[in-house]
Structure formats: C-alpha cells, structure tokens
Design a protein around this ligand. Sequence first.
Ligand code: NAP
Ligand code: SF4
Length: 671
Amino acid sequence: MTDYPHLLAPLDLGFARLPNRVLMGSMHTGLEERGDWDRVAEFYGLRARGGVGLIVTGGMAPNPEGGVFPGAAGLYSAGDIANHRRVTDRVHAEGGRIAMQILHAGRYAYSPDCVAPSALKSPISPFPPKALDEAGIEKQIADIATAAARAREAGYDGVEVMGSEGYFLNQFLVRHTNRREDGWGGSYENRMRLPLEVVARVRAAVGPDFILIYRLSMIDLVPDGSSFDEVIELAQRVEAAGATILNTGIGWHEARVPTIATSVPRAGFAWVTQKLMGKVGIPVVTSNRINTPEIAEGLLAGGAADMVSMARPFLADPDFVAKARSGRAREIAPCIACNQACLDHTFSGKVSTCLVNPRACFETELRYEAAATPRRIAVVGAGPAGLSAALVAAGRGHAVTLFDRAASLGGQLNMARRIPGKEEFDGLVDWFATMVAREGIALKLGAEARVEDLLSYDAVVLATGVLPRDPGIAGQDLPHVISYVDLLAGGAEAGPRVAVVGAGGIGFDVAEYLVTGDSPTRDPALWRAEWGVADPARHRGGLAPEGPRPEPPRRAVTLLQRKAEKPGKRLGKTTGWIHRAALQMKGVTMLSGVTYDRITPEGIEISLGPDRRLIAADTVVLCAGQEPERSLAADLEAAGIAHHVIGGADVAAELDAKRAIDQGARLAATL
Ligand code: NAP
Ligand code: SF4
C-alpha cells in the first residue's frame, strides 16, 4: 500500500500507458548548446531511472528565428537527430519516456531576427520583432511540424508544443501582442488560428500514436490577456485538433506577478487548472510550486488535475518518484524554489544545476564514488557547507562526526527560514536532519570543537561559517543598535521605525521580516491580494482591476547602502525584482549612495551627497556583510593538523547556500 495512490496510479493514453501521474516539466539545462550530449543523456537517463512518468525536455527551437537566443538548442536540421537519439536511447534503456518540447520564442527571442504576430517589442527584450507576413506564418507552422516529425525520428515518445508563458503561440492568442487585422488577428477565432493550425499540423506530421502535449496559458497575468471562456474554448479546440494531454502554463514571462519563486504559496496556481477539469476529455496537468509528493497527491485526490508537473524538484532529486514509491519521501531532497542555481544560471548563460544538489547537470563529472579506504572525518560546522560535506563523505563510506557549537543543525539556514516567504528553508533543514540520521553521522552539538577534540581524525573539514562584519559606525554600541543575528536568531525586538544598514541579501531579508505580519506564502488568498491576482473567469488575464493590495507594513523601514547603484541590483537575476517590488509595496524607503555619519539615540545620521539628514529610528539593524569565522584554523595550524576550509569560513564575500553546498560536496567527493 502506498501513501500516494493517486500520484502513482498509471495513466492510460490509449496508445501508451504512463506508469504514474508525474510529469517532469521542461527546464533549460544549458548543456545542449555546449554540444555536451553525453551529459544531456546522463541527466535525463538518471531521472528516467528514478521513475518519473514522463519527461519533457528543455525547449527546442524549431528554427533559428524561434530560438530563445542565437545558437539556442533546437531540432531544425536533420543533423541534430543523432544527438537527440543519444538522449532518447538512454532514457528508454532506463525504462523511461520522454517528449521533446518545441519552443518558438516569438518576440521573446533575444535576437534582432525575432518574429511575432505584430511588431510590438516585449518589455523584457531589447529587440523589436518583425511582424510576419502570410508566407512567414506558414513557414513557422511548417517548421514546427517538421521539428515534431524529426522528434519522432529521433526516438522521442512525444512532443510538447509550448503554447504558454507569452511565447510565440501565446502571442497570437491575445490582443496584448496580436494587433493584426488579417485572418490571423482580430476575432478570437482568428487569434486561435495559429495555435490550432500548429496542433493539427503537428498531429498530421507525427501520426496518431505519439504523445502531443499542448502547454496552454490558463492565466496570462498580463493586461488584455485571455478570458477564461477563451481558455476553455482553446482547450477544447486544441483537444479536437489532436492533443493528447493539456499542460498548464501560468503567467507570461513579462508578468509582474511571481509564478514560481519561493514566496509563491505551494501549489498556489492549481486552482486555475482545476477550473478546466471536466471541460475537456483529455488528461490535464497542473503545475507551479509543487514540490512534495504529499502536495501532488492532495491535488490529484482533490480533483485539481489528472497529472502533476514538477520541474525543478527533479533537479533537486532525480529519485523523487522512486523515493515516494518506496516509503522514503522524507529523503527526497527538496527544491526550495530559490532559482539560484537553475533559472539564475540559465539567464547568466551558465549550465543549470541545483543549490540542493550540485550534481544536477554535472552528473558525469561530479561523482560520489565509494571510498577506497573508509576514513574517520571530522566536520566542524553544521551549516550548509558542513552538512553537505558530511553527507557526501558519509555516503561514500567514511565515518563522519559533525560538530557545531549550536544545539541544532542548519547554521545560517535557521535565520533564512525565519523570513516570511522563505518557509521552504524549513524543509531543507528537515531534509538535512533526516539524511544525517540516515547516514549514521555522529553528532557533537552544543559545544565548541577544540583542537584536542579533532586530534584522532584522519581528516578535518572546517565549515565554521561567518561572523557579521563590524561596520565601525560611530554610535553603533548604543542599545538600540542590533545585528541581523540578534534579530533573526537572538529574539531581539525592533521598534516601529527601523533603519537597516546594508542592502545586500540579508538587508533585504531583514526588511521583509520587519514589515511583514502573517506570511502571505502561507496564506494563498492573502498572497493573491498582495500581488493582484484575480480569477481569470472574472477578470481577463487574471489581473485584479484594483491592482496589488498588500497588507499594511508592520513597521516603517529605511534600507540603506553606500553604493550608488539601485538597491537589490545584485540579488538573484530572476528573483531580485520580486524582493524589490515586495518592499516597495510595503513602503520601505531605499536609499543608495549614503555615508553613515553616526548613530544617535534618535536614529542614524547620514550624508547623501551634500545633504545631511537624520533617519529617525527606534532600532538600527546592522546587515553590513560578513567575515570568515576561522579562528579554529589558526589553532589547528599551530598544532600542525591538516584541514580543509570550506564555505563562509573559506570566503565570506558573496557567500550563499549554493556555493557552500557545492563546495562541501565537491571537497567530500575527493576525500
Ligand atoms: P552582501 O550581500 O555582501 O551585502 C552586504 C551589505 O553591506 C551591502 O549592502 C554593502 O553595501 C554593505 N556593507 C558592506 N560593508 C560595509 C561596511 N563596512 N559598512 C556598512 N555597510 C557595509 O552580504 P549579506 O547581505 O550579508 O549577504 C550575504 C550573502 O548571502 C550574500 O552573498 C547574499 O547574496 C546572500 N543572500 C542572498 C539572499 C537572496 O535573497 N538571494 C538572501 C540573503 C543572503 P555598501 O558597501 O554599498 O554599503
Ligand atoms: Fe530548486 Fe533552487 Fe535547486 Fe533551482 S536551484 S532546483 S529552485 S532548489
């Protein structure tokens, strides 16, 4: 008997049977563009081995003009087929099934050659698209159908036609981007024509016994988006045109509403998919912020969908399904929806990977092989770097002892988890605790490790983390000045007016903590009000006409930095805008280019150019960055004990959990 009877139930598609209801959603890996097809094959092969029902690849362009950027991966020449064949062979050898996503970016293509229904530049691209003429439209449809036929030739079990997130097909559907007055624009019938023609032509190209998923934008979250009646009509017509499965798309990329970030409530958009249930005869997939088997099971049991799509959770853990099936759900490495190593990498031109699982997309080079000689290893510091090193070392067969002066595991993660919108860190800390117990790691918590405690080990790893930087501001010893550690870990209280010194990741987090009452991430209705999300059946595109309605801030906060640049500029590439918008909505004042003159009982005196002013504050919170804490290293050196230093203890600047976990894992893979 399983805990997940709905999730693990097979799905009969008539000509094919999926073993369960889990679809691995499309993600860009960045490996295909590097021609690293063995790595691509290994990446998908491991996910197939882990038991996922159906894999969808990252988006593949049907032609050069449709690529997300020049040189983007695609299947637009017969020569590409052999590369794709390596992937499908590997997945099939593992007993899996894989569909290729065909992604035509339209005006979202980062290229001067981009094309669209109308010559309207998108707000997220510098390139105005060319409006297609009749022949150009026919070429795009033909290229998409040819790509589908080639996908079949390459051994795929199906294709997913990307019709959502504001890409090419989506651009035809709504007046927001389609201002044509010919047979491809104007009425909804005309605006639907291109997506429907694409589905029909793809079906004709691949034959009847081939999976055809259509990803349909069910809530556009842009002005003048689709009404829900239009969504239903499109779904029914897409089914009639030959689709096998309907997948859910949520929000265009240019939408100013977060759709997958960690602060989005779990399964926060499943209600949209549910509105389509019963309106079509083919299986419907729900998506976005689903990251545990419990949530997925609940959605299916509650009738929100026939199948569940999870994408990033398969970066975090290729064995998600196998672990759920075998009663080991607590061992599933959780995707915390941070985007730090996946989407942020994609948008920086780097290979995607995962903060929680540094092996993701690096499976061929980062191997955790059984140690030839098991050794006794001491890891000092149970933050992300130390935990990662301890787990990998123990997994390889070493006898590991983990020390921390704190009484519990997690280090800085325990501060992150206190921030409203960062609740996913709870699951990460729990997972580390589960895995530490499972790997039989000995724990020495609640006492400072000293040199004499470490003498008997074969190897010592120092992961002692960081200390808050002392900014040396006159008056910082006054009683109303606290550090972020006092606030987030020490239980210090803040008054109604707060000045935050330092607008890095932690300054932003502290500001969020200070202004937010009940976390909207835990309250979907509150969250929707906060971001202005409405029922698309009542308001086109699902945007509330009154706009965002955030709760009033709990405190008046001023966030300060010395650099002249925009505050939050260095936050995550795909999430920084969310943090900035959230604080702006709460009325947080952000000042750049300040000089701190002194802190007084009234607040903090700053200079802003020639201007001197007092920021009145009852509390001043110092978030001025961090310095490595490696005092133990000096003692070990003095005693002649070799040791490895990782994480913040190694380099504190720009430290985050991604680097800490990666460095810990990579070191432990070599011990
Ligand atoms: P940080 O991002 O380096 O920010 C430090 C802040 O302190 C900056 O605003 C800096 O700006 C200021 N500062 C530096 N030296 C100062 C001094 N001597 N006096 C006064 N101000 C000073 O460090 P953090 O905020 O401690 O965060 C640590 C790491 O965790 C970072 O890598 C961060 O990205 C990561 N993190 C990320 C997130 C996230 O949301 N992704 C959240 C939390 C933490 P000025 O020098 O211009 O004043
Ligand atoms: Fe999830 Fe973050 Fe890993 Fe991306 S990097 S898969 S969001 S945990």
